[in-house]
Ligand binder design. Structure first.
Ligand code: FES
Length: 154
């Protein structure tokens, strides 16, 4: 059940979007903020609010990597795997995270602290390698900077 606080924020959203369906992504982000991820039940509820069948919600939720359709850890590490980042060491950053945390793409550490995900271009190609952690960008990464970052999160 959607909390009263989130319901109030959804109603604010609808004031800005005359066609409720246009508010789908911000609405899903609100629900994700409340619950951590978009479960099938949450997508069903979103469909009810938007007067859309759940499959329409699912189609959008599974397209955008900023929307999570699986539970994830306290920190979601999204590593850019596109060309510009790869040319400046993105693969090495990814391998170092995998080695240090003992997880691969799509997996979560047993303590529930980190989830690792590779993503398409994060739009910060000039400052690669880039890793997004819960929405915050960390750029120009190398192994030393990455270790410092991970240390600060544990
Ligand atoms: S290629 Fe990595 S941010 Fe664009």
């Amino acid at each position: 059940m959607i909390s009263d606080a989130t319901r109030a924020r959804i109603n604010e959203l609808f004031e800005r979007y005359p066609d409720r369906r246009s508010a789908m992504i911000p609405l899903l982000l609100l629900l994700q903020e409340e619950r951590g991820w978009l479960s099938p039940e949450t997508m069903r509820e979103a469909g009810e609010v938007l007067d859309l069948p759940p499959v329409r919600i699912y189609e959008v939720a599974t397209f955008y990597t900023m929307l999570r359709t699986r539970p994830c850890g306290k920190y979601l590490l999204q590593v850019c795997r596109n060309l510009s980042c790869s040319l400046v060491g993105g693969e090495g950053v990814l391998r170092h995270i995998e080695k240090r945390l003992g997880i691969h793409d799509g997996q979560t550490t047993p303590d529930g602290c980190f989830t690792l995900m590779t993503v398409e271009c994060l739009g910060s190609c000039g400052t690669g390698p880039v890793v997004q952690v819960n929405g915050d960008y960390h750029e120009n990464l190398d192994v030393a900077k990455l270790d410092k970052l991970l240390d600060s999160l544990t």
